[in-house]
Design a protein around this ligand. Sequence first.
Ligand code: HEM
Ligand code: ISQ
Length: 155
Amino acid sequence: AGFTDRQEALVKESWKVLQKDIPRYSLLFFTTILEIAPAAKQMFSFLRESDEIPQNNPKLKAHAVKVFKMTCESAVQLREKGEVVVKETTLKYLGSVHLKNGVVDPHFQVVKEALVRTLKEAIGDEKWSHELEGAWSHAYDQLAAAIQLEMKQEA
Ligand code: HEM
Ligand code: ISQ
């Protein structure tokens, strides 16, 4: 299904809020993933060597930002074209990175839940809405589906 102007605007506005404190929200995003699925720790190279979650890890930050940004871009594409199209080379690369690191389907639900919780913390309860959650969830699901399909084709 497509996406309304309003849904797109909601996603874009909340992405701006996240951008106000990238170090905080990328760390919160990551911490929440591990809170929901502690075993996922082993999959991340920047964590395997350390006991604690690194507080200011450039890789962690950059990857987390990419997830936020790509989801936001997916929202724009859903509104413009009614579907999410990821550049072929990006999709191939992300498919292989996730496959290689042992990511499986249920993990995508974990990351989605962590993304939503992080957003909720950033936006605040007063401004939070089901509409906002629905818009991000939908954009994320479409993006995740593209990556998952690529992973299956490569496996
Ligand atoms: C790496 C995006 C879902 C685990 C990455 C990278 C990006 C990314 C951009 C960095 C690739 C690089 O430059 O090396 C996404 C997006 C997702 C998604 C857009 C969903 C829409 C997931 C899920 C998991 C996961 C569900 C499992 C919990 C990982 C791992 C790495 C990675 C383990 C490698 C990190 C490392 O050791 O360097 N992801 N990801 N990702 N992702 Fe995801
Ligand atoms: C990689 N893939 C999905 C989510 C992530 C969150 C934080 C850091 C890296 C990630």
